[in-house]
Design a protein around this ligand. Structure first.
Ligand code: PBG
Length: 330
């Protein structure tokens, strides 16, 4: 063991060039996935109150954001629809409509940008159900597993047919990755990836997102019978192990910063591509701190992204993606 003063750890920190040379991880625009909310209409930009600086865009605006992302070097978009209230139903059948908002957005991006950008699509029924749960419910309001998986398979095939590059099930039903993988293979979508929301927690950090997709006013109760208990880490490893065995190409940990320990453990245990979702509540916390004069946005955004890379993540879903890419000099 080296000791002071032979070793002074401050030596390598003493100048900018030396700090640059000793930096262990780097964050670049290629590490970012940009979540976007789609809404009906033409030339619509609809700001989301609980997510200052984030808007819902009509499909034409989404295409403009996709082109912006390409120019910034962001490799992938994550799409979420704000489904009109009159298209929501008890069983979320709109998720299977080949002409739904999501499919129209996927096709428009792919027509405009082709393989210059990836499109990751959320698979879960909550943007389409009248009750705001991610799956089909029984009379008591319990979310049914196997019946929901069938619907999710249909939703995945619908999105893949529209041109989705990565199917991202965020519903936390058991067995859905294997069922979706089989169906994609059967339909010839052999190169459509699955990024599993494998360790997704029943978190208090999703509030603004539920506003954004329009399900916060509809949701009764919570999602604790399917999303994970924030107290559990060992269980996250089992979730990841099963999703990998069922054919997930990559896995996600969600939320992000409060669950960095999970990201580290997943990476160390499996050595697979791990992504973190810095969720809406995390974004809102940063923006609230900035608005209160308590933080420097640019420094805070870059520091949080670095934390994910240090933890071993391959990339981060963040609402700050475009801003961060600009800060990185893209
Ligand atoms: C639901 C879904 C949620 C998010 C992504 N997909 C919310 C939830 O589980 O209620 C949250 C993302 C965020 O908060 O930014 N399928």
């Amino acid at each position: 063991m080296s000791s002071f003063p032979q070793t002074r750890l401050r030596r390598t920190r003493s100048t900018g060039w030396s700090r640059a040379m000793h930096r262990e991880v780097l964050v670049t625009p290629a590490d970012l996935i940009w979540p976007l909310f789609v809404t009906e209409g033409q030339s619509v930009e609809d700001p989301i109150g609980s997510l200052p600086g984030v808007s819902r865009w009509s499909v034409d605006g989404i295409v403009a954001r996709a082109k912006e992302a390409v120019s910034l070097g962001i490799p992938c978009l994550a799409l979420f629809p704000n489904t009109q209230a009159d298209r929501r139903s008890e069983n979320g059948a709109e998720a299977l409509n080949p002409d739904n908002l999501m499919c129209r957005a996927i096709r428009a991006i792919k027509d405009a940008c082709g393989d210059d950008i990836g499109v990751l699509t959320d698979v879960a029924l909550d943007p389409y159900t009248s009750h705001g749960q991610d799956g089909l419910i029984d009379d008591a309001g319990y979310v049914l597993n196997d019946a929901t998986v069938e619907a999710l398979v249909g939703q995945s095939l619908n999105q893949a047919a529209a041109g989705a590059d990565i199917i991202a099930p965020s519903d936390m039903m058991d067995g859905r990755i294997g069922a979706i993988r089989d169906a994609l293979e059967g339909a010839g979508h052999v190169n459509v990836q699955i990024m599993s929301y494998a360790a997704k927690y029943a978190s208090a950090f999703y509030g603004p997102f539920r506003d954004a997709v329009g399900s916060s006013g509809l949701l009764k109760g919570d999602k604790k019978t399917y999303q994970m208990d924030p107290a559990n880490a060992e269980e996250a490893l089992r979730e990841v192990e099963m999703d990998l065995a069922e054919g997930a190409d990559s896995v996600m940990v969600k939320p992000g910063l409060p669950y960095l320990d999970i990201a580290v453990r997943v990476k160390q245990a499996f050595g697979v591509p791990v992504f973190a979702y810095q969720v809406s509540g995390e974004y809102a916390m940063i923006e609230a701190a900035v608005a209160a004069g308590a933080a420097n946005r640019d420094a805070m955004v870059l520091e949080t992204l670095l934390a994910f890379k240090r933890a071993g993540c391959s990339g981060v879903l963040t609402y700050h993606a475009a801003h961060a890419a600009r800060l990185m000099g893209a």
